[in-house]
Ligand binder design. Structure first.
Ligand code: FEO
Length: 173
């Protein structure tokens, strides 16, 4: 059985993951407004992945006899100054998510809840990848000055991002 403290923290993290999905969906709309189809596609795949992240915690809580309580998802920003600024915001957001996951892992460990800690370790690893992926794109965009032929090439490359593979629900990936 999950402690009330962990249950509350996991419910909050579900909300943060849904917000992430919402944020990336707002970025889809922004990229579409600039006719950057590849960037929009990449953001759409990311939004789907965030939905999976929310659902993985959801399923885990149900398996542990916890009660999922969905909270209102706040509205994301709608505009950024440039595609570079949007990816910068994405990286800052992922860093924020990493801090949340680390805090949840700390809480699970302090409560000696090994199963929740195990789940959080999956997210710890996932966050390394999440930050690295966004950082890689951001660096490339900055290298080309965020416009012109370089932006066109990067946009085309981002179109090739595959849909996220289905996650194993609950505990390990
Ligand atoms: Fe689920 Fe990108 O954090």
């Amino acid at each position: 059985m999950l402690s009330q403290k962990l249950q509350d923290a996991l419910n909050k993290q579900i909300n943060e993951e849904y917000y992430s999905s919402y944020l990336y969906t707002a970025m889809v709309a922004y990229m579409e407004s600039l006719n950057l189809d590849g960037c929009a596609h990449w953001m759409k795949m990311q939004a789907e992945e965030e939905h999976q992240h929310a659902h993985k915690i959801f399923t885990y809580m149900v398996d542990r006899g916890g009660r999922v309580e969905l909270q209102a998802v706040k509205a994301p920003p709608q505009e950024w100054d440039s595609p570079v600024e949007a990816f910068k915001a994405a990286l800052e957001h992922e860093e924020f998510m990493t801090r949340n996951i680390n805090a949840l892992a700390d809480l699970a460990q302090s409560e000696h809840d090994h199963a929740t800690n195990n789940l959080m370790q999956w997210y710890v690893t996932e966050q390394v990848e999440e930050e690295a992926n966004v950082d890689d794109i951001l660096k490339k965009l900055e290298m080309v000055g965020g416009s012109g032929q370089g932006l066109f090439m990067i946009d085309r490359e981002l179109m090739t991002r595959p849909a996220p593979a289905p996650l194993t629900e609950g505990g390990a990936a």
